[in-house]
Design a protein around this ligand. Structure first.
Ligand code: G6P
Length: 372
């Protein structure tokens, strides 16, 4: 390999630790004092975003989860309707794209067969130029996706070797927040909140450094999780796709069966799975849904489920019998999905190490899926 492990036991661990720098690189040159530099997103960015009335996001795997987070941001912060779809589904159905739809693909490699085919399918559409244009958020310059899209925003994560995606995901989220704020600006959204978010984005690499420093604490909780055969991840709002990403990381590299659900869906099925053999992992940042999440957690405790909660210092969730809390640095709720990803990556990593699996090369999986 051209890229070494830099003293880390695995590429994945190295790449988790690289996230503060990777995210700083994704932001580099793209932020002004109190706004996103739309012109820095590419020569055609301003015109493309000005013509955008809604967004269709298409991706696979971890990249799809980044798109799901972005839907919450785009609708709330930019006021544009957003639909997110798995590329292998999108490419085989006749999606209705109202005029002014931006086609946005997310891909670490830029070579994923289904995502590329989805882009080609969208470009071929003969229904009155529905798509205003295509934007690729990608980590590999010169990749097929970048070459075939109208506009490409590079994530600058640097080479990612571990099959389980880590820094590629958090930099995609960062790029998606930039696009969200750029759309908000172009559409004349209140500048004060934009400025606040720009300031918080600047501070994000520092916060990510604090999250990476949870490594040791997470190693100790991972030992217990490694003894289970199943795990359930719960989240609300934009933490729901983060729960999906946490479950994906865990199953990919530790081979523990893991499912994720919107916490509000607990009573509609998943609660039937909960007993002392089913650990439940949840994220509890400070947001408007915290109290509702806490009542979901009580339902789990009442059924004997072992809880592991990643929470804000002010959340009021406290460790106790059957409930372990890992405190995540305080963070504004808009950026919390990026921050809370890091402890979930560390959790999956240390569980996999405890189980002795091949962390960087999990069985049956490939870094880039270039065939259907
Ligand atoms: C594979 C990788 C995943 C990745 C997915 C999409 O399944 O193992 O880590 O999320 O492909 O890849 P892309 O390069 O399009 O982001």
């Amino acid at each position: 390999q051209a890229v070494g492990k830099g003293g880390f036991a695995h590429y994945m661990l190295k790449e988790i630790h690289e996230q503060p720098v990777a995210v700083a690189n994704a932001l580099e040159g793209r932020l002004g004092t109190d706004r996103v530099l739309v012109e820095a997103l590419g020569p055609r960015a301003e015109r493309l975003l000005a013509g955008t009335r809604q967004v269709h996001i298409v991706a696979c795997g971890t990249s799809y989860h980044a798109g799901m987070v972005a839907r919450y941001w785009l609708e709330e912060l930019a006021g544009v309707p957003c639909q997110v779809e798995i590329a292998s589904e999108y490419r085989y159905r006749q999606v209705v794209a109202p005029p002014g739809t931006l086609f946005l693909t997310l891909s670490q490699s830029g070579e994923t067969a289904d995502t590329l085919a989805a882009l080609r399918h969208a470009r071929k559409r003969q229904d009155g130029d529905a798509y205003v244009g295509s934007l690729a958020i990608c980590n590999v310059p010169g990749s097929s996706l970048v070459r075939e899209s109208d506009l490409a925003l590079m994530t600058h994560a640097g080479p990612e070797i571990g099959v389980a995606s880590t820094k590629a995901f958090t930099t995609q989220l960062t790029a998606l927040m930039l696009v969200t704020l750029a759309l908000r600006q172009v559409r004349g959204g209140d500048a004060e909140l934009t400025a606040r978010l720009v300031h918080r984005l600047r501070y994000l690499p520092t916060l990510l450094g604090d999250a990476v420093a949870l490594d040791e604490e997470i190693t100790s909780v991972a030992g217990k999780l490694a003894t289970y055969r199943h795990a359930l991840f719960l989240g609300r709002g934009p933490q729901m796709p983060i729960a999906m990403e946490g479950a994906l990381k865990l199953k990919e590299i530790s081979y523990i069966h893991a499912e994720a659900h919107a916490a509000g869906e607990l009573k509609h099925g998943p609660l039937a799975l909960v007993d002392e053999t089913m650990p439940v992992i949840a994220m509890a940042p400070m947001d408007g849904l915290l109290e509702k999440l806490k009542s979901n957690l009580q339902e789990v405790r009442a059924r004997g489920g072992e809880l592991l909660v990643f929470s804000d210092p002010e959340s009021g969730v406290q460790s106790g019998e059957g409930l372990s809390v890992v405190t995540v640095p305080a963070c504004c709720h808009y950026l919390a999905p990026i921050l809370y990803t890091v402890p979930l990556q560390l959790l999956a990593y240390h569980v996999a190490v405890a189980r002795g699996t091949d962390v960087d090369q999990p069985r049956n999986l490939a870094k880039s899926v270039t065939v259907e």
